[in-house]
Ligand binder design. Sequence first.
Ligand SMILES: [Zn+2]
Length: 192
Amino acid sequence: MYSQKTDVTIIRSNRKTVSIEVKPDLTVTLRVPRRITEKEIDQILNEKQSWINKHLEQMQVRNSELEARKQPMLSMDDIKKLAEEALAYIPDRVKHYAPMVGANGISYGRITIRNQKSRWGSCSEKGNLNFNCLLMLTPPDVIDYVVVHELCHRIHMDHSAAFWAEVQKVLPDYKKAKKWLKDNGSSIIGRM
Ligand SMILES: [Zn+2]
């Protein structure tokens, strides 16, 4: 079944062929002959599902590239300031969440703030935590999500179902923050 059918606008007209358009605002328009049935429309959407998804993804990437171009590049000075802010803020969030992870809380090692294009955070085998200073350009619940994500790696060094269950236990709403990062992350990293 085409999962995003609600976002599809169906326009019937005196045409003989079917056309699909994916617009930059991520809406899908399906133009069909006037006499086509609902069942046939469902069938078309099912057949074109992967095509639509591919184009929605491409549009999303293009949108975030455009967004990145609108925002000024960060200077070395900006990055230094963000790193200082992160150092004053993130360790407190780690301290706040560490007791909530696992059955009795977890320990952690050194906290390092970096500026990097590749990742938002990481956790080493020894429990040293590393966070991207660009997190300071994201909303507070996104920072909390990345903190909790890395802390949960103290229990599960993978992205298994058990890992995500642990994240959800600490942050029931984590999916919103994860999606925010997926949608906006590359445009922030693009400023570096
Ligand atoms: Zn991870």
